[in-house]
Ligand binder design. Structure first.
Ligand code: CP
Length: 309
């Protein structure tokens, strides 16, 4: 197939065939990261600019590593040391960066819709690396790749997504992603952390962790996003952990070969116990490894790699 998008803004906009094509491309790129010289000339002469208004370890590093493995030049703006601190707007910052002729701008921003706002205004490609409470499409793609590798398929799986759904762009992208690929998604969390209309996205909703994990092929735990919530969402961390923290005893309810995922960073002992995070069912570090391959694929395809002749 041909992949003719300028931007990657969310999973909601992608067709299942496009998702499959990105995953297949990512799978073919994985081998490059196992070589002693981890570099191919595919994107030589291209420039990738990263603009992160929020903290990041995995996404920011893996976009940079992905671009370098494909021989693109990378530039990363440290927002806290930029003219943003002097009041420059997002639009002005982006236009000034575009004036230096990058091919792709990777943006993470606290405002939902920030990536789309720039995509409409810039000629260069825009990749959403997480916008507010909205979407984090490359996280969902790396999660799909990790599950597909582990299970050999995506259709017919029971995927439980547990925790702070209301503040989670990862949850929103993954609900779109897994339902489009034929998985059954169940979300669980306290009522204060479950937004309305989740059923409209194709997810089943429960307030019980045990109901969600029963028979699950995949359990995805979400970080409790304390920085995005006020006091009204939960009474104490201990109470949250008692009802929605994943511990070893819960795994007995799931399929024998259940896999445990978490986008990171972990709140160990809050939403997931250390034994589960580091245990034999955990694919948390495989997710990070796959993040590089998925971002290589997305950069490659947005820069014309998916076009025929
Ligand atoms: N999963 C994820 O987005 O991690 P970072 O915030 O470290 O990029």
């Amino acid at each position: 197939m041909e992949f003719r998008r300028k931007d990657l803004l969310g999973m909601a906009e992608l067709e299942p065939e496009e998702i499959r094509f990105i995953l297949d491309t990512a799978a073919s790129f994985k081998e490059i990261s196992t070589r002693s010289i981890k570099k191919v000339p595919t994107l030589r002469g291209k420039t990738v600019v990263s603009l992160f208004y929020e903290a990041s370890t995995r996404t920011r590093m893996s976009f940079e590593i992905a671009a370098k493995r494909l021989s693109a030049d990378t530039v990363s703006l440290t927002v806290a040391a930029s003219s943003v601190t002097k009041g420059e707007t997002l639009e002005d910052t982006a236009h000034n960066l575009e004036a230096m002729a990058p091919d792709i701008l990777v943006i993470r921003h606290q405002a939902s819709g920030a990536a789309q706002f720039l995509a409409r205004r810039l000629k260069c490609g825009v990749i959403n690396a997480g916008d507010g409470l909205h979407e984090h499409p490359t996280q969902a793609l790396l999660d799909l790749l990790t599950v597909r590798e582990a299970k050999g398929r995506l259709d017919g799986l029971k995927v439980a997504i547990i925790g702070d759904i209301a503040h989670s762009r990862v949850a929103r992208s993954n609900i779109h992603a897994f339902t489009k690929m034929g998985s059954r998604v169940t979300v669980a969390g306290p009522p204060t952390m479950l937004p309305p209309h989740l059923e409209d996205l194709g997810a089943q909703v429960t307030f019980s962790l045990t109901d969600a994990v029963r028979g699950a092929d995949v359990i995805m735990m979400l970080r409790l996003q304390l920085e995005r919530m006020g006091q009204m969402y939960l009474s104490t961390l201990r109470e949250y952990s008692t009802y929605f923290g994943l511990a070893e005893r819960h795994l007995k309810l799931a399929k024998k070969d259940v896999i445990i995922m978490h986008p990171g960073p972990l709140n160990r002992g809050v939403e997931i116990s250390a034994e589960v995070a580091d245990g034999p069912h955990s694919l948390i570090l495989e997710q990070v490894t796959n993040g590089v391959a998925v971002r290589m694929a997305v950069l490659y395809l947005l820069m014309g790699g998916g076009e025929k002749g």
